[in-house]
Write a protein that binds this ligand. Structure first.
Ligand code: COA
Length: 148
């Protein structure tokens, strides 16, 4: 385990970290941006807006330093929350994302959210294993071709 990790709801003072985490998650899996047809900057701004308006985020802290985050945003039909996450390389595979998702699932239930989804790349075995461990189940496999 990664020493003592604290989890708390993100506030506006965490926006810089959240922005870098969202960017970093997209950088590791760039085809997720192509899906929405957006540039990286626009995609990140869009996620930040949706967190602030109708979603929420948690940050994970080790010795007062943020080492990861998970952010929950309304999905396309607006009735469910979709979650994405990023954990710093040096503390991966030590349960940090598990803690972030457990905290987020508790918060989502408290808010009366009835279902949540994870949209992740099929090659992202870590993300898929994490989500399966936390109770998410596959619903659809989406294949896409860019015709430009
Ligand atoms: C996906 C990610 C958040 C996992 O964070 P983490 O803190 O390392 O995850 P945890 O330590 O809580 O691991 C939880 C489970 O995920 C699985 N897992 C984690 N890393 C894995 C890897 N590299 N390969 C396979 N499974 C992995 C394991 O099943 C693990 O459960 P276990 O420890 O009981 O075996 C991290 O790898 C990451 O930040 N990746 C880049 C960003 C990203 O891909 N985000 C997804 C966009 S939706």
């Amino acid at each position: 385990m990664a020493g003592v990790i604290d989890y708390r709801l993100a506030s506006s003072s965490d926006e810089t970290y959240l922005k870098s985490a969202i960017e970093a998650a997209y950088h590791e899996y760039p085809r997720l941006i192509a899906l929405g047809g957006a540039t990286l900057d626009l995609a990140v701004e869009n996620v930040l807006e949706r967190i602030a308006e109708e979603g929420f985020a948690h940050v994970a802290l080790q010795d007062a330093k943020i080492v990861g985050a998970a952010w929950w945003t309304p999905d396309d039909n607006g009735s469910e929350l979709s979650v994405a996450y990023y954990v710093e390389q040096e503390v991966r595979k030590q349960g940090v994302a598990t803690g972030l998702l457990e905290a987020g699932l508790t918060e989502a239930r408290k808010r009366g959210v009835v279902a949540t989804t994870v949209k992740t790349h099929p090659d992202n075995l870590a993300s898929i294993a994490l989500a399966r461990k936390l109770g998410f189940e596959p619903v659809v496999s989406l294949l896409r071709q860019d015709l430009r």
